[in-house]
Design a protein around this ligand. Structure first.
Ligand SMILES: [Zn+2]
Length: 443
């Protein structure tokens, strides 16, 4: 029947027999009744193995499918149980949906694709589902991709980073591939155990093929890498080295701000009684972004703010030049970078700005890793951009349940294997009678 073929093609009901369809007034939805084709029946929902029938389960069930125009669509079918030799009584596999979920595969795929490509509110309004449901969908679509893609194959130069994803000190440990630019692994936590999990998944053979590891040189990362990938050269990450200087500069900026406002060091408890900063102090506060930004990205107004800092607070101005000096040495790389770094260390040691004196000690402590960074010429952009993008995703993932959907979303968006749009590729395998107008590239 032609209508069967149309419905199967439109709603991803391959391997299903359409028994009928109707409009359900109460559910305000079109209901398509189906059953799996013979060779897809009586398979375990977990492993797909053919198994003897067990019972009728909880009777007929409905799955939310892709909308037809503006109308919701429900796919309805019996959901019997089978007795799998491995898994025991289990709901039978059904070709149009993932195991034990209330949406069709096409619906899941479209929701995951949208979650990666458009805003949160657009997904929720368009699909008429709760954001938390989208989180669960993203997690299972991600798990499907993980099952067929080995992300850890061929790793040579990796970057390891820790990113806070929630106030209250919740962290993700992430691993990026410097050669492909992809996010290859992420897990909750920032302790040794989190990173050990990566090396467990990698295995000793592939760990031995890792040549370079870049990180922020946190002690936990350094010790795990030394133990699990002893052949790899540990490089400081250029992004984090520049971030150290930015932090030191910010200590100075706060000092200038407090001095301008006539404040002394006060304990945290009395902080709430501080007055709104005015005049000069406010200027220092506003100059924050100008001080942080790379000079080539400054707006005219921010350039004026820096000129103002130069005239008003020479010490803060020196701190700014120190930050820029370190950024310059890092950008030079190679032997030139090392010469510039030596000059910078001389300067920083004698600068009499405590935050930068401290920073010079830190860099001397990590000298070997900083020089390895200059030699290896690992890019600054990758870890920085991954860091920024995951920070954005953590805001998008707010409302998801737990870290798993956030990790799945990050892997879908940054892992190099995006979810497919439902029906993509189906046109190539379309049934012969499919209407194919000329001029649309369909042949
Ligand atoms: Zn099974």
């Amino acid at each position: 029947m032609r209508i069967q073929r149309v419905l199967r093609a439109a709603f991803g009901l391959d391997h299903a027999v359409v028994e009928g369809f109707d409009y359900d007034e109460a559910a305000e939805a079109i209901v398509i009744s189906v059953r799996p084709v013979a060779n897809q029946r009586n398979r375990c929902g977990r492993c797909g193995r053919r198994s003897p029938a067990y019972d009728r389960g909880s009777g007929r069930r409905r799955w939310r499918g892709l909308d037809l125009g503006t109308c919701r669509v429900l796919v309805e079918a019996p959901a019997p149980r089978v007795n799998c030799p491995t898994h025991g009584p289990t709901v039978a596999a059904l070709p149009w949906a993932r195991h034990d979920v209330g949406h069709t595969r096409d619906f899941d795929d479209q929701a995951a694709w949208l979650a990666v490509h458009v805003s949160k509110s657009a997904v929720v309004e368009l699909l008429r589902v709760a954001w938390r449901t989208v989180g669960a969908i993203v997690a299972r679509v991600g798990a499907d991709i993980d099952a067929r893609v080995d992300r850890l194959e061929g790793l040579g130069r990796i970057g390891i980073d820790e990113i806070s994803y929630k106030r209250g000190h919740r962290y993700l440990t992430i691993v990026v591939d410097h050669d492909t630019g992809r996010l290859v692994w992420a897990a909750p936590g920032r302790d040794n155990a989190a990173l050990e999990g990566f090396f467990d998944a990698l295995g000793p053979e592939r760990a031995a093929r890792i040549t370079h590891v870049s990180s922020d040189m946190a002690r936990s990362i350094v010790s795990v890498v030394a133990a699990r990938a002893p052949g790899a050269l540990h490089c400081a990450d250029p992004f984090h080295v520049v971030a150290w200087a930015t932090e030191a500069l910010d200590v100075e900026r706060r000092r200038a701000w407090n001095e301008a406002a006539g404040r002394r060091r006060v304990d945290m408890a009395s902080r709430s009684r501080w007055q709104r900063s005015s005049g000069q102090a406010a200027q220092f506060k506003k100059a924050r972004y100008a001080l942080w930004k790379n000079p080539e990205n400054l707006t005219t107004h921010q350039r004026h703010q820096l000129e103002w800092v130069e005239k008003t607070d020479p010490r803060l101005w020196r701190a700014y030049l120190l930050k820029e000096g370190l950024r310059y040495a890092v950008a030079l790389k190679g032997d030139e970078g090392k010469v510039a770094l030596d000059c910078w260390l001389d300067w920083a040691r004698r600068c009499q700005i405590p935050a930068f004196v401290e920073l010079s000690h830190k860099i001397v402590d990590h000298r070997e890793a900083v020089e390895a960074m200059l030699d290896s010429r690992l890019s600054n952009g990758l870890v920085e951009s991954t860091n920024t993008k995951i920070r954005l995703l953590t805001r998008v993932a707010f409302g998801f349940h737990g870290p798993a959907p956030l990790i799945a979303l990050a892997m879908l968006a940054l892992g190099g294997h995006r979810p497919d749009l439902p029906g993509r590729g189906r046109s190539a395998a379309a049934p012969s009678g499919r209407f194919a107008p000329s001029g649309l590239g369909l042949k």
